[in-house]
Design a binder for this molecule. Structure first.
Ligand code: COI
Length: 353
């Protein structure tokens, strides 16, 4: 793919990498490419970061015809820049776009776009512990019409943001509220896609939990309001009686890349991993009887986030004495060790830019 490059007249001053937070800053450039039925994907460009002009009829604004990805670039101690399993993000976006009738971005174009942009912006990859360059690829329907139908034109773009920890708690345990009133997704819907609609449906519950002093919610399935699905914007795992249990990918749960990687690692370490339905009653009973040993969320943004407390219908249980569990910490150290190039990558998951 031939990517046209337009140089910015002036580059931004870099922020203090000690105080990045999450998603506050963007880099100097972005990747943009358009699609229509006649030309297919065309005009790939890296241009100075700027606003988009949008017709008020743009169908994305009305009907949420949008998908996105979350990935990171890491700076290693010897100053190499690496990505983590970028082809997995490309494959997932293809599946999300297919579900929303958006044009599919071929895997090689997706990865090439990300690599080209990160290569130009390599000075923005921070070098402090727990920091990285968050990569946000997005596809949206760019067609302007008020009717609801599969769009005839789309835009794919990639922006970059230097980030620290996603939660203010960092990698310390968070308090989780088990949500029964609102649901995130149902089988047959878009739960397995990374699309804005899933997140739009989630913020009300997040607001409710935060007002009650909780960091995030534990989502239950939309039909029975019984089986555990995800935690906040992450997949979730529980260590019960020495085994790791995680909800299966049946259509309502996001196929997380961190989830997949952790399952792989756990199996290699000899753990039994059960991808199965886990009812909230079974989980609470395991917590009450001391068999729930550890619990954590997995996602690109927060990596691994230990769960220290669960509140279900007012009953509060503490997990691992509100400390980061031994296995949780070991998984965090191992995965981030690979990502930041501190330990050898035995799986070939890292890709140098
Ligand atoms: C991620 O973990 O990368 C996500 O996309 C979650 C998010 C909405 C920040």
């Amino acid at each position: 793919m031939e990517i046209k490059f337009t140089k910015a007249s002036q580059l931004k001053e870099k922020p203090d990498f000690n105080k990045l937070g999450f998603g506050k800053y963007v880099t100097d450039y972005m990747f943009v490419m358009d699609y229509d039925h006649e030309q297919g994907w065309h005009d790939p460009q890296i241009v100075p970061y700027d606003e988009f002009m949008m017709d008020p009829r743009c169908v994305t604004l009305h009907y949420g015809l949008e998908t996105f990805e979350g990935m990171k670039a890491y700076r290693t101690a010897d100053d190499r820049i690496q990505l983590f399993r970028p082809e997995m993000n490309a494959k997932r976006m293809i599946k999300s776009n297919e579900r929303l009738c958006l044009a599919e971005v071929p895997e090689d174009m997706f990865v090439e776009a990300v690599k080209a942009l990160v290569a130009i912006e390599k000075d923005w990859v921070p070098n402090l512990p727990e920091t990285s360059l968050y990569i946000r690829p997005v596809t949206y329907a760019s067609e302007c019409s008020i009717g609801v139908h599969p769009p005839k034109s789309c835009r794919f773009y990639v922006i970059l943001s230097p980030v620290g920890c996603y939660y203010p708690e960092g990698v310390n345990p968070v308090k989780i509220y088990v949500e029964e009133e609102y649901v995130r997704a149902v089988i047959g819907g878009t739960g397995f896609c990374k699309c804005g609609g899933n997140y739009a449906a989630s913020v009300k519950a997040q607001e409710k939990a935060q007002k009650m002093g909780y960091t995030q919610v534990l989502w239950l399935d939309g039909v029975h309001r019984e089986y555990v699905e995800e935690v906040g914007t992450m997949n979730v795992m529980f260590k019960i009686d020495g085994k790791v249990v995680t909800p299966p990918l049946e259509g309502s749960v996001l196929p997380g890349i961190t989830r997949d990687s952790i399952i792989h690692v756990l199996k290699d370490w000899g753990y039994e991993v059960e991808e199965r339905r886990l009812s909230i009653h079974e989980l609470m009973e395991a917590a009450r009887t001391g068999r729930l040993e550890e619990a954590w969320g997995t996602g690109t943004a927060a990596v691994i986030s230990p769960i220290g407390e669960l509140n279900y219908r007012g009953e509060i249980v503490t997990v691992s004495d509100f400390k980061t569990g031994e296995l949780t910490q070991k998984l965090y150290d191992f995965l981030t060790g690979i990502q930041w190039g501190k330990i050898e990558d035995p799986y070939g998951w890292t890709v140098e830019v």
